[in-house]
Design a protein around this ligand. Structure first.
Ligand SMILES: C[S@@+](CC[C@H](N)C(=O)[O-])C[C@H]1O[C@@H](n2cnc3c(N)ncnc32)[C@H](O)[C@@H]1O
Length: 323
């Protein structure tokens, strides 16, 4: 138990009570926490469904290691070091293909921000990696050192809604090689006056993180798979942290296979924001599944499709995926 309480120092859960209320948990249910992190939501869900099972997905191997080593020897939690975009494979692995509840908490954990040394915060000078799983894909600095000015500009504009994307991209290309958060922060600092720098860096970091982890495609795939594996009558809850994420989640209400349980998104109280400023942009939406879902049709449907698929790398051979 002490071990579990200790995990709270790595991340404080957002909208915890509101999420648990919407999920209507009860003993014997099978539930998925698609972004287990440090279990701020997951442990509470597992407790409420016991002797049911919680299946947790966590992409970051370091977070996974810390949490697995804190789990009690007998537990109803099955934790997988795997992205939720591979939910099919994960559920097959634990032998539970149909589930009663799924939660996505899409933010970034305080640990990822401050403890991984992978450059998620511009407040420290670290290698600019930005991968949730450093064994997959390429680090952000490699992208910035190899991509064309136009590709970089497109990423900053689409995923960060950054107005000075062209200038920043030009400065990046001129200042190569980029290796650390400090290198990139210095570029943004040259372009923006002091009072605008923090927000500008937040946009640039968000854009690169989304691109490097292919977050918008993975989110759509994860949501579609969650709806496939949910039983009819099961509940999907999603906490999103910016408009590009929320757009995918919000669009689901247009489909006949769900009923929205939240007419408007639930947002944190002033008290929660005062205690945990990182919660301020959170939006919680929930749906009940009312009919079966065809994943390929949903992913191909233009209302749900990613409006900004990852820009194609022009003129270069595609990198082979490892593993
Ligand atoms: C906001 S945190 C979750 C916090 C958790 N609800 C808690 O209260 O402790 C989001 C977590 O999702 C993980 N993550 C990011 N992308 C993921 C993906 N595609 N699949 C699974 N986990 C992912 C991150 O590493 C991070 O630990």
């Amino acid at each position: 138990m002490d071990n579990l309480l200790n995990l709270r120092r790595y991340h404080r859960p957002v909208l915890l009570k509101e999420t648990l209320d919407l999920l209507q948990l009860e003993p014997h249910l099978v539930v998925v926490d698609a972004t287990f992190g440090f279990g701020g939501h997951g442990f509470e869900m597992a407790k409420r469904v016991d002797p049911g099972i919680l299946i947790g997905f966590e992409k970051d191997p370091e977070t996974y290691r810390i949490v697995v080593s804190s789990l009690p020897p007998i537990t109803n939690i099955r934790l997988l070091n795997m992205g939720y975009e591979r939910m099919d494979e994960g559920l097959l692995k634990v032998g539970l293909l149909s589930v009663d509840r799924v939660l996505f908490d899409l933010g970034i954990s305080s640990f990822s921000l401050e403890g991984t040394g992978r450059g998620f915060t511009f407040r420290r000078d670290e290698p600019l990696d930005l991968r949730f799983n450093p064994n997959e894909g390429i680090p952000a600095y490699e992208f910035l050192n190899r991509a064309s000015e136009r590709e970089i500009e497109e990423v900053l504009r689409r995923y960060g809604e950054e107005r000075r994307s062209r200038r920043i991209a030009r400065e990046i290309v001129k200042s190569r090689p980029i290796r650390t958060t400090g290198d990139l922060a210095a570029i943004v600092d040259r372009i923006y006056p002091p009072q605008m720098r923090t927000k500008a860096k937040a946009r640039v970091w968000q854009a690169l993180r989304i691109y490097i982890n292919d977050e918008l495609n993975n989110l759509r795939r994860g949501l579609a798979l969650a709806l496939k594996h949910l039983k009819v009558g099961g509940i999907l809850a999603v906490i999103s942290f910016h408009s590009l994420e929320d757009r995918a989640v919000k669009t689901l209400r247009e489909y006949p296979f769900v009923r929205a349980l939240t007419r408007k998104p639930i947002v944190p109280s002033e008290e929660e924001i005062a205690q945990n400023p990182r919660s301020r942009s959170a939006k919680l939406r929930a749906y009940m599944k009312t009919a079966e879902v065809d994943v390929p049709s949903l992913l191909a449907d233009e209302r749900f499709a990613n409006p900004f698929p990852r820009p194609r790398r022009r003129g270069r051979p595609r990198r082979r995926r490892r593993g």
